[in-house]
Design a protein around this ligand. Structure first.
Ligand SMILES: [Zn+2]
Length: 331
């Protein structure tokens, strides 16, 4: 039994470049129209730190459109997840650009007090935007998918009422930030965890439904589409050490290809689904929610997306949300 959850990270470029209208509002609007036509819903992972800072410094007049769009999503049954780029909160705006505070890049490595402050602030902003004092997102996605070391952030999120994380991509390895999701390769389609997001724990306080990946020979990573999109949003601060670490990340025979709606070709998207479909035929009673990721800033190829949605329909694979699959994942 397969269901596909479409998640979209709702944000401008991580280094603060780009406009809200062009990189967030307009692509999200087109996506909403397509999903409405299919009578389906997606999960928008709203990166709240940048929105709060952009609003506070009045640096982008499209912020009101964005807030209105978020409210509309909520009203129309699109799911809102919490996404956090913590490097925004101490960012400074100077000479027309943003200077992010990269010392706060990985929320998980910050002191407990700072983690609490940032998470509470982000939820409070989302509540203000929605005008709902009790709103609590069901799901969370870490900035740059960094959810290690896990324990403190997992506890703070669970105490607030968040139930699901979707930051893991099985097989992921990123030396520079000490991210290692290779041990999650042995896990199923979802699992509970507390201390380490890689380690299933039956009594776990959060549920992980990872971004789906497929392990492929490393050279397959370098398609024209993927490289073009990555180049567009590349950060300008690549230090020598960071680059060397990135090279180390790719020195593997097989590499996890993320189920990415924006970066994959139609052939790759279909290949991912067909692989799960074959597994499912062996054991159709097992529940297989598969999470796809995308970014509003990368949403340019709507034709591929529409063809892929038709393919899912042909295969009778429903489009779902975390809200809808959650009751079937807890045990
Ligand atoms: Zn992000």
């Amino acid at each position: 039994m397969i269901e596909c959850i479409f998640t979209i990270d709702y944000e401008i470029y991580g280094n603060g470049e780009g406009s809200l209208k062009e990189l967030v509002y307009e692509p999200a609007e087109r996506l909403r129209t397509i999903f409405r036509k299919w009578n389906a819903r997606f999960v928008a992972f709203v990166e709240v730190a940048e929105l709060e800072m952009i609003e506070a410094k009045c640096t982008d007049s499209a912020i009101d459109l964005i807030k209105c769009q978020i409210r509309d999503f909520h009203k129309e049954g699109f799911e809102l997840g919490l996404h956090l780029h913590p490097w925004w909160y101490n960012a400074r705006h100077k000479n027309g650009g943003w200077i992010p505070d990269y010392s706060e890049y990985n929320l998980c490595t910050l002191p407990m007090g700072r983690i609490v402050q940032i998470i509470d602030r982000s939820i409070a902003y989302l509540r203000r935007v929605l005008g709902l004092v009790n709103f609590m997102p069901l799901s969370y996605r870490a900035g740059h998918l960094l959810f290690q070391p896990t324990r403190t952030v997992a506890n703070v999120l669970a105490e607030r009422g968040v139930k699901i994380d979707s930051s893991v991509y099985k097989g992921g390895l990123w030396h520079h930030y000490h991210l290692d999701y290779r041990r999650a390769l042995k896990n199923g389609y979802f699992w509970k965890f507390t201390d380490d997001v890689n380690e299933p724990d039956l009594q776990g306080i959060l549920l992980e439904i990872p971004i789906h990946t497929q392990m492929v020979p490393t050279q397959k990573m370098f398609t024209t589409k993927r490289i073009g999109l990555q180049h567009k949003g590349s950060s300008t601060t690549q230090t020598g050490k960071k680059m060397l670490n990135r090279v180390k990340d790719f020195l593997r025979f097989r590499y996890p290809l993320k189920f990415d709606l924006c970066q994959m070709s139609l052939k790759e998207l279909i290949g991912i689904v067909d692989e799960v479909f074959l597994e499912d035929q062996q054991n159709p009673t097992l529940f297989r929610p598969i999470v796809a990721i995308g970014h509003t800033k990368d949403l340019v190829d709507f034709e591929t997306l529409k063809l892929f949605l038709s393919y899912l329909e042909k295969k009778r694979i429903p489009l779902s949300t975390f809200q809808s699959v959650y009751p079937r994942c807890i045990f």
